[in-house]
Design a protein around this ligand. Structure first.
Ligand code: NAD
Ligand code: LMR
Length: 328
């Protein structure tokens, strides 16, 4: 028997990430190779025609799993019945814009989207904020969807996680598949903390296989500033790697983490590791029974503590700013 279709909403569908993401979703890579997909694409009115062009190309791929495609500029219509909401469209920072202005502009996008999710999404809806500032955009969305369990709102740090895996694998001359239990803590920003102290390579501590100066002066800044390095090199922010990470995030959420491993995701804090309750911060997480759960009981040394605290302080500041703006 064919499983029922899953409805996936993608905002910012006419953008760069949208173009790298939609074909992979329609081909069955988001959830599983047997599950039909109904796509709903949300764009601003000026970009609806471009999104329709992408929809025409999706049709022309004749993907067996692609059940239907709707393109709209109406958030209520886009999130009606949605099971998975990928919030990619966001307001980028432009010259002269302060951080507060950026948060306010994004509040204008994510508040109505939260309200629309609250009003019409399916009861099992899962939400991933990709558009920056991803953690606080997820928080704004969640604040406006009080009827949806808070744990369903997440922010993407899987790209940072994947970047960290790739940097460590290259350093040690191993495959990324040989690395376990790496973690990104905090904000998806340059303050994030990629943590090697619990990571294992070949069953042994990763931190013990690299020297401390490489870890502190090369690994951490390379991972944390990789987004900016890509923008410098490409003249545009990462798109295919971001789309890939979004696919990984949802696929893991639905299908689970491998035994003996974990991944990283921005999830609502329950106060674990001193991260204020309610902030959407990145943690080491396992996915079980369709839920992300924060890995508990890890020892955090002084080196890690300082860096986690710094990134979490930035998240708290962002929350204070959006609170003052009445957005959460
Ligand atoms: P882009 O500018 O190419 O596309 C963004 C699209 O969003 C545009 O088509 C725009 O019309 C649309 N949009 C704007 N407001 C909207 C709204 N209210 N509703 C629906 N659509 C709307 O940008 P991109 O390269 O696709 O990146 C999208 C976002 O993802 C950016 O904020 C970027 O910084 C962020 N990003 C996050 C990560 C991460 O790891 N979390 C990585 C890369 C990029
Ligand atoms: C990334 O990590 O590649 C992006 O978040 C960078 C950006 O500012 O869009």
């Amino acid at each position: 028997m064919t499983p029922s279709p899953v409805t996936v909403t993608v905002t910012g569908a006419a953008g760069q990430i949208g173009y790298a993401l939609l074909f992979r979703i329609a081909s069955g890579q988001l959830i599983g190779p047997d599950i039909p997909i109904k796509l709903k694409l949300l764009e601003i009115p000026q970009a609806v025609t471009a999104a329709e062009g992408t929809a025409m190309e999706l049709t022309d791929c004749a993907f067996p799993l692609l059940h239907s495609i709707d393109v709209t500029d109406d958030a209520r219509q886009a999130f009606d019945g949605t099971n998975i909401a990928l919030l990619v469209g966001a307001r980028p920072r432009t010259q002269g814009m302060e951080r507060g202005d950026l948060l306010e502009a994004n509040g204008g996008i994510f508040k109505p989207q939260g309200e629309a999710i609250n009003a019409g999404a399916a009861s099992d809806v899962r939400v991933l904020a990709v558009g920056n500032p991803a953690n606080t955009n997820a928080l704004i969305t969640q604040a406006h969807a009080p009827d949806v369990p808070a744990e369903r709102f997440t922010a993407m740090t899987r790209l940072d996680h994947n970047r960290a895996l790739a940097q460590l694998a290259a350093k040690l001359g191993v495959g990324v598949g040989d690395i376990r239990k790496l973690a990104i803590w905090g904000n998806h920003s340059a303050t994030q903390y990629p943590d090697l102290f619990h990571a294992e390579v070949g069953g042994k501590s990763a931190a013990e296989q690299v020297d401390r100066s490489w870890l502190a002066d090369e690994f951490i800044p390379t991972v944390a500033k990789r987004g900016a390095a890509i923008i410098d090199a490409r003249g545009a922010s990462s798109a295919a790697s971001a789309a890939n990470a979004a696919i990984d995030h949802v696929h893991t959420w639905v299908n689970g983490t491998a035994e003996g491993d974990w991944t990283s995701a921005g999830v609502v804090s329950d106060g674990s590791y001193g991260v204020p309750e309610g902030l959407i911060s990145s943690f080491p997480v396992v996915a079980r029974n369709g839920r992300y759960e924060i890995v508990q009981g890890l020892d955090i040394d002084e080196f890690s503590r300082e860096r986690i605290d710094a990134s979490v302080a930035e998240l708290s500041e962002e929350r204070d700013t959006v609170r003052k703006l009445g957005l959460v």
